[in-house]
Design a protein around this ligand. Structure first.
Ligand code: ADP
Length: 385
C-alpha cells in the first residue's frame, strides 16, 4: 500500500506529464532538472499560459500565477469560483467540455475569459482529463490569443481591401476597353481621313501630332488591358501548332513599319517547328519584333532563328541596334520599366507581356548582347509538341 507521500508524488508526476503533453510546442522553461515537485511549481508559475484544474462539479481546484495576474482575481477568489463564472457564454462550451470529459478526449476551443473588471480576454483553451488528488479533473491551459485575433481581423480587412481594389481594377479595365479605346479609335480614323485632304502646313502639323499621340494612347491602353487580362489567368489552353506561321503573321502586321525603316527580316520560313502553344504566342513575337524595329537604325538587319533545343524550340530575334546595358537587362522584363529610350516612344509594357505569356507557357525568356557587335538578341523558349 502506498503511503500519503508516495501518492502525492505519483499525483505530481501524472499532472506534470499531462501539462508537458499539452505544452509540447510551448517554449517555456520547465525547470524539470530541479526535481518533479519543484519543477512542477516552476512550470506552473513561469508559464505565460493560464492553467486551471477544474473538478467534475465545475469548481476551480487549482490555478497558476498567470491566471491570477491575467484575470485580476486573487487565487482564493478563483478557488471559490465555478469554471462557468469565467467563461463567456459558458453553457454550450462547458457542456461540450463535459462531453469530452466523458469520452476522455483532449479538446481545444476558443472562448473569452471574463476578467474581474468585466472585460473579456480572448483565449484558446486546451482541456484534458487528468487524475487530480485521486479524482477525475479537467486540466485547462488557456493561451492569450488577442494578438492572433487582431492579426486575423487585420488579415480579413486586407483581403477585403484587396478584393475591392481588384474589382476596381476590373472596372477600369472594362472602361478602358469599351469606353476609351473605341472613341480613341474613332479619333484616329477621322484624323487619318483629315490628313488625306489637308494641305495647310500648320493644320497638317497639328493633325500629325494628334495622330501620333492618339496612336500612342491606343498602344498604351491596349497593352495595359492585355497585361491586366493576362495577370488574371493562371492557365491557358495549349494546342499542337507550328510557331513559324505565328511569327510570319507578326511580320505581316508590321510590314509597313519594316518598309518605312528599310529593315531586312532574315528568317527561314520553310522550317516547321511544332510546339505545344497558345495562339497568343504571336503577341510575344510581335513585341520582340516591334522592339527590334524601334530600337535599331534605319536599314539594319533583323535576324530571326528557330533553334532546336532538344525538347523545346528556342526562338531568337537578333538586331543590330542600340543594344542593352548589362545593368538594365535584369529589369526590362518588368512592367513600366524602360532602359535608355534614346527618345523612342514606348510604354514599358511590351516585355512584361512577353514575360507573362512565356510564363503561362512554362517556358523561358531572356536577352543577350548580339555576339556580332552592336545590338541585342532577345530569346524565348517553348516546349515542343
Ligand atoms: P517599350 O519598348 O514600350 O519601352 P518594352 O517593355 O517593350 O517597352 O521594353 C522595355 C525596354 O527595354 C525599352 O524601353 C528599351 O529600353 C529596352 N528594349 C527592348 N527591346 C530592345 C531592343 N531590341 N534593343 C534595345 N533596347 C530594347
Amino acid at each position: 500500500m502506498q503511503n500519503e507521500c508516495e501518492q502525492k508524488h505519483i499525483k505530481s508526476l501524472e499532472l506534470r506529464n499531462s501539462i508537458l503533453g499539452m505544452m509540447a510546442d510551448s517554449d517555456v522553461e520547465t525547470g524539470l532538472d530541479e526535481g518533479p515537485d519543484r519543477g512542477l511549481e516552476l512550470i506552473f508559475d513561469s508559464m505565460e499560459d493560464q492553467i486551471f484544474i477544474i473538478g467534475t462539479s465545475g469548481r476551480i481546484m487549482s490555478v497558476n500565477r498567470a491566471a491570477v495576474s491575467h484575470l485580476g482575481y486573487s487565487e482564493d477568489e478563483l478557488l471559490d469560483m465555478q469554471a462557468g463564472d469565467l467563461i463567456e457564454g459558458s453553457n454550450p462550451k462547458l457542456l461540450s467540455m463535459a462531453e469530452q470529459m466523458a469520452r476522455n478526449e483532449k479538446t481545444v476551443f476558443e472562448t473569452g475569459l471574463i476578467r474581474k473588471n468585466g472585460s473579456e480576454m480572448a483565449v484558446e483553451i486546451s482541456a484534458k482529463v487528468i487524475s487530480y488528488e485521486g479524482y477525475e479533473a479537467l486540466l485547462c491551459v488557456a493561451r492569450d490569443i488577442a494578438g492572433r485575433k487582431r492579426a486575423e481581423i487585420e488579415l480579413r480587412r486586407c483581403v477585403e481591401d484587396l478584393r475591392e481594389s481588384n474589382d476596381l481594377k476590373e472596372l477600369f479595365t472594362d472602361i478602358i476597353r469599351h469606353d476609351i479605346l473605341t472613341p480613341a479609335g474613332i479619333v484616329l480614323g477621322f484624323t487619318e481621313e483629315l490628313q488625306r485632304y489637308e494641305h495647310d502646313d500648320t493644320t497638317a502639323f497639328a493633325l500629325r501630332r494628334i495622330h501620333e499621340n492618339t496612336r500612342k494612347l491606343i498602344g498604351l491602353l491596349d497593352s495595359a488591358t492585355k497585361l491586366s487580362k493576362l495577370q488574371k489567368v493562371d492557365e491557358i489552353a495549349f494546342d499542337r501548332m507550328d510557331i513559324v506561321p505565328l511569327f510570319c503573321s507578326a511580320v505581316e502586321n508590321f510590314r509597313s513599319d519594316i518598309e518605312e525603316k528599310g529593315h531586312s527580316i532574315e528568317m527561314d520560313t520553310a522550317i516547321k517547328c511544332v510546339a505545344m502553344a497558345n495562339p497568343i504566342l504571336e503577341e510575344v513575337f510581335a513585341n520582340l519584333l516591334s522592339n527590334a524595329i524601334k530600337y535599331s537604325p534605319q536599314g539594319s538587319r533583323i535576324v530571326v532563328d528557330f533553334l532546336d533545343a532538344n525538347d523545346a524550340w528556342k526562338v531568337t530575334v537578333k538586331d543590330y541596334g542600340h543594344g542593352i546595358q548589362d545593368t538594365d537587362k535584369s529589369y526590362i522584363f518588368n512592367r513600366f520599366q524602360r532602359a535608355d529610350k534614346k527618345g523612342i516612344r514606348g510604354t514599358g509594357l511590351g516585355l512584361a507581356i512577353v514575360k507573362r505569356i512565356i510564363e503561362l507557357h512554362g517556358g523561358m525568356y531572356g536577352v543577350e548582347d548580339n555576339p556580332e557587335g552592336r545590338g541585342s538578341v532577345f530569346w524565348v523558349v517553348v516546349g515542343k509538341a
